[in-house]
Design a protein around this ligand. Structure first.
Ligand code: ATP
Length: 274
C-alpha cells in the first residue's frame, strides 16, 4: 500500500476542476489541510463546497487536478481514502427510532470495533449524551442529534473528518454545542475540513480559513492574516440619537436623587398609596 504516511498534509488539493454539464463549478482549486488542524472552507450557496467534499470523500470524480486524503489519492486509492475518513453532512444521519446508545453501538459493530460497549459509553460521556443515552433519538433536540452524529463519526478513529455545514438549521444554543464538539475533535488530533456559510463559525473554530468564490480559492490564511487584507481600522465620528435610557437619566438626574417637576407630577398621590 502506498501513501497513508502520517507525515505530509492531511488533505492536499491541486488544480481541481469539476463541471456539471455547462456549469463550471470548480475551476482550479488549490489548498492543503495540515494534520491535526481545523480548516474552514467558506463560500456562498452554490459556491462548490459540497462538490469538493464529495470529491475528497470519493463520492464524486473530478474532471481534472489532484486530491489526496491521508496521503492516499482519491481517484487511485478510494478504498484507503474511505478507511481514513468520516463524513458528517448537513442533515444528521442518525436513526430516530433507535436510542442514542443503540445508534452508536450499531456503528461500532458495523466498523467492527472490538469493545463496542465501552467505546459507545466513552463517546456518550464525551459528547454530554449520557443522560439521554437510552432515549429514542426522535426526542432529541437538533443540537443533540448533530452531537450524536459527530460522535458516531469518531467510531473507528478516522484521522480525517469532513463536517459539511454541521450547524445549518440549528438555533444559537445548538450551534454552540456543536462548536464545543468540534473543538473536542481537534483536541484529539483529528484533522477537520469544515464547510460553512457562517463566518462566525469559521472565526470560532478554524486554524485556517479559505474562501471559495467563482470556482477558485480567492483567500487562504489564518484569521489574523485574512484581517490584514483590509485597510487598518479607522476611527469614525458617528452622530448618535439619544436612547430612552439617555432621556430617562437626563430627566431623573444621573443619581436619581433630584426629582424634576415632571417626575414629581407622575409620583403616586397619597390616595393611590393607601
Ligand atoms: P450550499 O452552501 O448551498 O450547500 P455548495 O457551496 O455546497 O452550496 P454545491 O452543492 O457544491 O455548492 O453546488 C455547486 C453548484 O453546482 C450549484 O450551482 C449546484 O446547483 C450545482 N450542482 C451541484 N450538484 C449538481 C448536480 N448533481 N447536477 C447539476 N448541478 C449540480
Amino acid at each position: 500500500m502506498t501513501g497513508g504516511q502520517s507525515r505530509g498534509p492531511a488533505i492536499h488539493v491541486g488544480a481541481l476542476e469539476r463541471s456539471y454539464g455547462e456549469l463550471r463549478v470548480l475551476r482550479g482549486v488549490d489548498f492543503e489541510v495540515a494534520r491535526g488542524s481545523i480548516f474552514a472552507l467558506l463560500g456562498a450557496n452554490g459556491a462548490g463546497k459540497t462538490t469538493i467534499v464529495k470529491i475528497l470523500s470519493t463520492l464524486l470524480r473530478s474532471d481534472a487536478g489532484t486530491a489526496t486524503v491521508n496521503g492516499f489519492d482519491v481517484a487511485m486509492q478510494p478504498a484507503e481514502v474511505r478507511e481514513s475518513i468520516s463524513l458528517t453532512g448537513q442533515f444528521a444521519a442518525v436513526d430516530e427510532i433507535l436510542t442514542g446508545r443503540e445508534n452508536l453501538l450499531l456503528m461500532a459493530r458495523l466498523r467492527r470495533v472490538k469493545d463496542a460497549g465501552r467505546t459507545t459509553d466513552g463517546l456518550l460521556a464525551r459528547f454530554q449524551l449520557t443522560d439521554a443515552a437510552r432515549r429514542r433519538v426522535v426526542t432529541y433536540s437538533g443540537g443533540m442529534r448533530r452531537r450524536l452524529d459527530i460522535a458516531m463519526s469518531l467510531i473507528g478513529n478516522p484521522p480525517v473528518i469532513f463536517l459539511d455545514e454541521p450547524t445549518t438549521g440549528l438555533d444559537p444554543q445548538g450551534r454552540i454545542e456543536v462548536w464545543n464538539s468540534v473543538k473536542e475533535l481537534a483536541g484529539q488530533g483529528v484533522s477537520v475540513l469544515l464547510t460553512t456559510q457562517y463566518l462566525g463559525e469559521a472565526e470560532q473554530l478554524a486554524d485556517r480559513i479559505a474562501i471559495l468564490h467563482d470556482g477558485r480559492i480567492i483567500a487562504n490564511g489564518t484569521l489574523a492574516e485574512l484581517k490584514q487584507l483590509l485597510p487598518p481600522a479607522k476611527v469614525e465620528y458617528v452622530e448618535k440619537q439619544p436612547s430612552l435610557e439617555d432621556v430617562f437619566l437626563a430627566v431623573v438626574g444621573a443619581t436619581g436623587q433630584t426629582p424634576t417637576p415632571a417626575t414629581e407630577a407622575s409620583a403616586p398621590t397619597s390616595k393611590e398609596q393607601r
